[in-house]
Design a binder for this molecule. Structure first.
Ligand SMILES: *[C@@H]1O[C@H](CO)[C@@H](O)[C@H](O)[C@H]1NC(C)=O
Ligand SMILES: *[C@@H]1O[C@H](CO)[C@@H](O)[C@H](O)[C@H]1NC(C)=O
Ligand SMILES: *[C@@H]1O[C@H](CO)[C@@H](O)[C@H](O)[C@H]1NC(C)=O
Length: 624
């Protein structure tokens, strides 16, 4: 069954085989309370364990009527009948299902589809409450897990049996589920931790985590900037037992001589990235937070993590220091400080930052150990429910005392413009007022814009380039252009849809530089014996000695003395052309003439005898 602690230890053993958690799991079951309001006979308060998917109503409560399915008590198959309330005045329905037969999430999904507002799963054995989770092996669940929007909770077997007993007597059982005390609110600030990993290739769970960070970023940054929350990112690490430090597995998965390890992303030591790369990037992300926090901008971590994921994915083989430092640079964080904070991963010493992460993994007080990724801890309690902006924001907001919530808890619209500082780390044209920074409700994003109908394309961070017609009008299409002494040259050609080419007489990349080509020095023009070459910007002047004429096409000087051949050629050409014209005219004249003559003759012949005809008839006339 999908029991988080079992689930974890199993997958840890399978996946890592050698790596070990600093301390083994004391998993705390987060609870909410459930009270039976009626019937009297079973009224009272009970505990239930909040399911780790769907959306628990943190800070709120629901009053519901319990309903059993007509068929399929375990809820493993889609229900044929509806859980919807018949009467709009009645309470919404909570489906009571039996544990067993399939994973928990599937039961909840089926009940939600049949109109249930909430799901209670009754345990099938007498034992302390456990947390319902969706195991990573359950790949089918990935399709619907994020679509579960109702809360769910597990109740003890005896309590389930009591409810069923009343329902059998045709009693209406009304319960109140209450999440308002699921989170403590010890002070004005909500402290929360997000336990995550930079590994971006672990299937649906990694994708959901990345989506969450992207979607939640805007709210997280607002809460942090407003001083409402105090957020810290955390990273789980494993360690390699002493005896195996020299093994191939530990070498490829650990840094600092087996002290800090992460599982291999593809679970294949021979290819792709290794666990070592993941711990190193995790350490870098911790250091980014530390350095950013030291300058009182802890929220920059959210930008770094989302940008790193977009710009440096494993799939493009960019998951490395070089790419990371580009992102760090574009966010205005000093890269040398981050490097300094990371220390030397090859050294046989402990890293204070990772050491404290390992210590923090172990639960204290009410919290329990962090054993699953991702884990969100709000006011020292583990958040249960899906990682979704709305659900998490609700939970964080439930951490404030009533009426001390920040505005973002009350409405979703946010008023900040992150593009105003450092252009949000996005691309910006150096010449024109054109930027890729866009302020959205998810925080800022870097996306090449469309300006005056001209589309820009690129990564949005380091470059955007105008493409298509009209591009040369804007910022000269991002191409080089220069004016000297009233003469302008440009590397943007409207006839090309993209790219920059230095105009003739220049060479360079076309974007930043086009330099004049010295045709004289490079001997590409004006090379005849009689010419003298003088370079000028964008071209050259070529003059011929002795008053001769320079012919650019032939790159030669022509004149009476030395150019006899040239004059003769021209004479021949001119003569030939004159000849052709004369001949053409003659042919034209003759042909038209003879054609018209014959035509006129034919017409006239119909009206009067012509000379030739009279000739024919003459002998007859003579005879008359
Ligand atoms: C989940 O929701 C998304 C969008 O809201 C939808 O495209 C998808 O088909 C849903 N998945 C299932 C299994 O219903
Ligand atoms: C972040 O900075 C604040 C104040 O500068 C400090 O009190 C806090 O301990 C820092 N947090 C971390 C995790 O370094
Ligand atoms: C740049 O453009 C934006 C929007 O297009 C405008 O609000 C801003 O005032 C412009 N800045 C300058 C310096 O022209």
């Amino acid at each position: 069954m999908a029991r988080a602690a079992e689930n974890l230890s199993l997958s840890v053993l399978l996946l890592l085989s050698l790596l070990v958690f600093p301390v083994f799991g004391r998993f705390v079951v987060e609870k909410n309370s459930i009270s039976v309001l009626s019937p009297e006979s079973i009224a009272g308060k009970q505990d239930s364990a909040i399911g780790n998917f769907g959306a628990p109503d943190y800070g709120g409560s629901m009053i519901l009527d319990v309903k059993l399915p007509e068929k399929g008590a375990d809820g493993c198959k889609p229900f044929e009948t509806s859980f919807k309330r018949m009467n709009p005045k009645a309470n919404p329905t909570v489906a009571l299902l039996d544990r067993g037969g399939c994973y928990f999430a599937l039961k909840v999904w089926n009940a939600q589809n049949a109109g249930a507002a909430c799901v209670l799963v009754a345990d099938d054995r007498v034992e302390p409450l456990i947390t319902m989770d969706s195991p990573q092996e359950d790949e089918k669940a990935a399709e619907y897990l994020q679509n579960i929007t109702i809360p769910s909770a597990l109740i003890e077997k005896t309590f389930g049996d009591q409810i069923k007993g009343e329902l059998a007597k045709k009693q209406t059982v009304t319960v109140k589920l209450d999440w308002s005390e699921s989170l403590p609110h010890p002070d004005e600030k909500v402290e929360y931790e997000f336990w995550t990993s930079s590994n971006d290739e672990c299937g649906a769970k990694c994708d959901a985590q990345v989506d969450f960070v992207k979607n939640f970023k805007g709210a997280a940054q607002l809460l942090e900037k407003g001083g409402y929350t105090s957020f810290t990112p955390h990273y789980i690490t494993w360690y390699c037992p002493d005896a195996f430090v020299k093994s191939k597995q530990c070498q490829s998965q650990c840094i600092n001589h087996g002290r800090y390890c992460a599982p291999d992303p593809e679970q294949d030591f021979s290819k792709g990235y290794d666990g070592k790369d993941v711990v190193t990037e995790n350490l870098r992300q911790l250091c980014v937070f530390k350095v950013a926090n030291a300058s009182n901008k802890p929220w920059v971590w959210w930008d770094y993590v989302t940008d790193f994921h977009i710009r440096c994915p494993m799939s493009e083989k960019k998951y490395n220091q070089e790419c990371a430092e580009k992102v760090i640079g574009s966010l205005g964080i000093p890269a040398n400080k981050v490097r300094e904070c990371m220390g030397n991963p090859d050294a046989d010493t402990s890293n204070p930052l990772l050491k404290s992460e390992q210590d923090a993994q172990v639960g204290q007080g009410a919290r329990g150990d962090v054993t699953i990724l991702p884990t969100l801890i709000i006011n020292d309690r583990q958040y249960r429910g899906k990682l979704d902006k709305g659900a998490v924001l609700k939970a964080i907001c439930a951490g404030f005392k009533e009426s001390t919530e920040p505005p973002v808890c009350l409405s979703d619209d946010m008023e900040t413009n992150e593009c105003l500082t450092n252009n949000g780390g996005c691309w910006k044209s150096t010449e024109a007022n054109i930027t890729a920074c866009k302020d959205t409700f998810r925080g800022r994003i870097c996306e090449c814009p469309t300006v005056q109908g001209v589309q820009f394309q690129g990564d949005g961070y380091t470059y955007c380039e105008a493409v298509g017609p009209g591009r040369c009008k804007l910022d000269n299409g991002g191409c080089w252009s220069e004016t000297r002494n009233g003469q302008t040259f440009s590397a943007c050609k409207s006839s090309h849809l993209k790219g920059c080419d230095c105009p003739p007489g220049f060479h360079g990349d076309g974007k930043k530089h086009c330099e004049d080509v010295d045709e004289c020095k490079e001997k590409t023009a004006c090379q005849c014996a009689d010419c003298s070459c003088k370079n000028k910007w964008g071209g050259y002047d070529c003059t011929c000695k002795g008053g001769l004429l320079y012919m650019k096409e032939q790159d030669t000087c022509i004149g009476k003395g030395s150019g006899r051949l040239g004059w003769f050629a021209i004479f021949v050409i001119v003569a030939a052309m004159v000849g052709i014209c004369v001949a053409g005219y003659a042919v034209y004249k003759y042909r038209i003439r003879s054609y018209m003559d014959s035509e006129i003759r034919a017409i006239m012949a119909q009206y009067m005898p012509l000379d030739s005809q009279s000739d024919v008839h003459q002998p007859l006339r003579e005879g008359l």
